[in-house]
Design a protein around this ligand. Sequence first.
Ligand SMILES: *Cc1c(COP(=O)(O)O)cnc(C)c1O
Length: 378
Amino acid sequence: MRIIPVAKPLLGVEEAQAAYDAVLSGWVTQGPRVGAFEEAFARYVGTRYAVAVSSCTTALHLSLIVSGIGPGDEVICPSMSYIATANSIRYVGATPVFAEIDPHTYNLDIVDTESRITSRTKAILLVHQVGVPADIDQFSELAKRHGLMLIEDAACAIGSIYKQKLIGSNSDLVCFSFHPRKIVTTGDGGMITSNRQDYVERLKLLRQHGMSVNDRTRHEARSIIFEDHLELGYNYRMTDIQAAVGIKQLERLPEIIEERRAIAKFYSDSLRDLPFIHTLRDPDQGRWNVQSYVIRLLEGSPLSRDDLMRRLLKDGISSRRGIMTAHRETAYRNYMPGISLPISEAASDSSLVIPLYVPMAREDQEFVISRVRYHLGA
Ligand SMILES: *Cc1c(COP(=O)(O)O)cnc(C)c1O
């Protein structure tokens, strides 16, 4: 039996050809194609700079370093996110402090966030969960009022819009992912957007071992150059093979988002009459890229989330649990035991992601909806 997957990247001959060309060019690590991808990305989101790295996780790690965050500091973030959000805070020796989410948007709750600010708090790590744009202005105002840094985890939010501006152009450290589960992919990969030259110079240093001269400059130099390593750096580079694919993916992005939104509209219209279902939608001041289509089963649902997932799989439809909570994973239960976040836990335990990808046959979209409705007794 054929299984309808929950997600599938849209990769074609153009991406394969671009990777092929990069390989045959002889330049395979960070080089001219990474530079071209950064320029195209910055132009797309409307920001001065973009810095390519190996993943969104490493983008977050470097953003925390340039924000000056380290041991003894606290950073507020949601637990209900992919675990990499919280992990990046631990990498710099700081402590993640989990705040509750707003169950309507799955994004950080501003009141709960403010209640968790202490004298040790240094930053807020704001996630745009499954691409739904969070209220950046509110959080930026809160951060300013308390003298905190604001870093955006926009892993899922490429192409989402907040108040007429693309995510990436609203603050100075915004981190994106190109993992295949996101909207566009380079296999693995990440990007940081910023308007601040000082941040960008340091990010570029840190991603390449802290080296004062990059490979490309050395390669193109007409005199001998000796590099120095200015501080403790990392190898967080993106390769030119990945960047070549990314350039092609970026060209497809507007089309992919329109199609994802059209499928989401069909799903939401088809489920609207079921009073025990919550689905995500565009927030008042933004436009959602529909990175994942999440259904939450509320009180009155005739089936549990797990039973619905089991029955869908028997029909040949794969699904995934909704967004996880970091504090209940073993790596956190041992490290910071005893945390309770009832709103996040309930939202996580009662939600699932159903298949949505581009291109997705109309019959498959209809089949998914008809089986969800059938199992829920509609
Ligand atoms: C996927 C994801 C990440 C990690 O991205 P990688 O590129 O896989 O490192 C971080 N934060 C959130 C919210 C994510 O969804």
